[in-house]
Design a protein around this ligand. Structure first.
Ligand SMILES: C[S@@+](CC[C@H](N)C(=O)[O-])C[C@H]1O[C@@H](n2cnc3c(N)ncnc32)[C@H](O)[C@@H]1O
Length: 453
């Protein structure tokens, strides 16, 4: 049995334990991936992401065939999910190999007693997939979305109530599709046309994004992206188109003072530096110093030297005391991440309804603690990768109730690249995977009145 399956199993067990999100576990397992051949690395990734994407559907099949499904050991369930994922979604793996590797994985991971059970369930499931009974979409739309489209029932209920079954299904189809990889050209080093030319040696399909003026969508990699000479020369960053539009909503000008208050690994920080033409003051802050260390490396790769870093936890009262006023502040806030399930499918299974209220509280705290640092007449952009109202309008409305010195700024047409499809009449930027082919983002630009409190 290949090591790829063992690595995938270990990471899926880690996700199930819920201690860390998938991207953290992937980072921690980087050495193990390095040891794999390229096809095995691709297999491990496909198993991890695919099994998480389709978990709800796979569990429905397991529960149909397994007697007393509630008694299945969680690790045995993970083996079954991985095997069924290969059967249902990966046509290149022969059925015998699927069953054999699942049984081996069960034995190898201390579940020898369950090997016969795994063998039996898989043999039945693979022999007669058409026998599985699914909830009826008309009678039980939540059950249908939860199983066929693999969404947790609480989220299925929410999305059907908000958008109706047809649109909720379209959204699920989009989030269960492997997303395209989108790049943002580093305009401080090259331009989009030149990068389009350079990318031809590393990737088979290349096209420009529909809305962002700096975006390029790539597919069919000839080697891994970090080996491309254009990557090593810092000619681009990987960044979803929706995230690119958020920085355009900030619209920083050369020479201004800008604070990226939740800078993380610095994808938007670098874009801010580009739009500022590398002139002015740019502060990147985050509560995690390790992220800012990685941000610094990234700025070095991109040739950006204007960024000052500062570790700062904005939930600690007065943490930002001593900072001056800024022309523009970006709060790309921590959130549920329910808008980026295409890339982080584990988020479906570890997010709980109560998390939304917690996120909203935190987002308000962050906004309130930076608001005082927006200069009179300056701008505050709030963004989250979530489509949930609690974290979107809910936060903005509550913030504005307490801060009458701020108002929503409705950007002019040319301030956000082709805004017509995702800018609402209230002035909110809202993108959705099935409507726009981008991550689900919410962003708003708030302007502070010229003479303030
Ligand atoms: C959505 S991520 C930012 C992504 C980043 N702007 C980018 O484009 O790559 C949110 C960030 O907020 C940071 N964060 C969470 N709580 C915070 C707090 N209390 N104070 C400051 N930063 C915080 C997290 O560490 C995380 O890096």
């Amino acid at each position: 049995m290949s090591n790829a399956r063992q690595i995938a199993f270990d990471l899926l067990c880690g996700v199930q334990q819920g201690e860390y999100p998938l991207d953290h576990l992937l980072d921690a397992a980087a050495d193990r991936f390095e040891d794999l051949s390229r096809p095995d690395r691709a297999l491990a990734h496909a198993l991890i992401y695919g099994t998480l994407r389709w978990q709800g559907r796979l569990d429905h099949v397991i529960d149909f065939w397994g007697k007393k499904p509630e008694k299945i050991d969680p690790r045995v369930r993970i083996v079954l999910r991985m095997a069924l994922f290969q059967f249902l979604f990966m046509d290149r793996v022969p059925q015998r190999a699927i069953v054999h590797s699942a049984v081996e994985l069960t034995k190898r991971n201390g579940r020898r007693y369950a090997a016969g059970f795994v063998n039996g369930v898989l043999r039945r499931a693979l022999a007669a997939p058409e026998q599985v009974v699914w909830p009826d979409a008309a009678q039980d739309p939540v059950g249908w979305l939860a199983t066929h489209h693999a969404l947790p029932p609480w989220l299925a209920r929410r999305w059907i109530e908000r958008w109706g079954l047809t649109e909720a299904e379209a959204l699920c189809t989009a989030i269960n599709t492997i997303p395209e990889v989108t790049l943002r050209v580093n305009t401080l080093r090259t331009d989009r046309d030149a990068l389009l030319q350079a990318l031809g040696q590393d990737t088979e399909q290349i096209r420009t994004t529909h809305h962002s003026p700096e975006g390029i969508v790539v597919a069919g990699f000839k080697r891994s992206l970090t080996q491309w000479s254009s990557y090593q020369a810092g000619l681009f960053q990987v960044q979803d188109e929706a995230a690119q539009l958020v920085t355009h909503l900030v619209a920083p000008q050369p020479g201004e003072t800008i604070w990226d208050a939740c800078a993380g690994l610095g994808t938007k920080t670098a874009h801010l530096a580009q739009l500022m033409d590398h002139r002015g003051t740019l502060l990147a802050a985050d509560r995690q110093g390790t992220k800012l260390d990685r941000l610094e490396n990234e700025m070095t790769r991109l040739g950006i030297t204007m960024v000052r870093r500062q570790v700062m936890d904005l939930e600690i009262p007065n943490a930002a005391d001593g900072l001056p006023s800024f022309d523009r502040i970006l709060v790309d806030a921590p959130c549920s991440g329910l808008g980026v399930l295409r890339k982080n499918p584990d988020g479906k299974w570890h997010t709980r309804p109560a998390d939304l209220a917690r996120c909203r509280q935190r987002q308000l705290t962050l906004l309130n603690s930076v608001a005082v640092h927006v200069r009179n007449g300056g701008r505050l952009v709030y963004a989250v990768c979530s489509m949930e109202p609690e974290e979107n309008e809910g936060v903005v409305e509550q913030f504005l109730q307490n801060r009458s010195d701020f108002a929503i700024y409705r950007p002019e047409m040319n301030e956000v690249a082709s805004p017509e499809t995702f800018l609402t009449s209230e002035g909110y930027l809202k993108t959705m995977p099935h409507r726009h082919g981008m991550d689900g983002f919410f962003a708003v630009c708030l302007v502070r009145s010229a003479s303030s409190l």
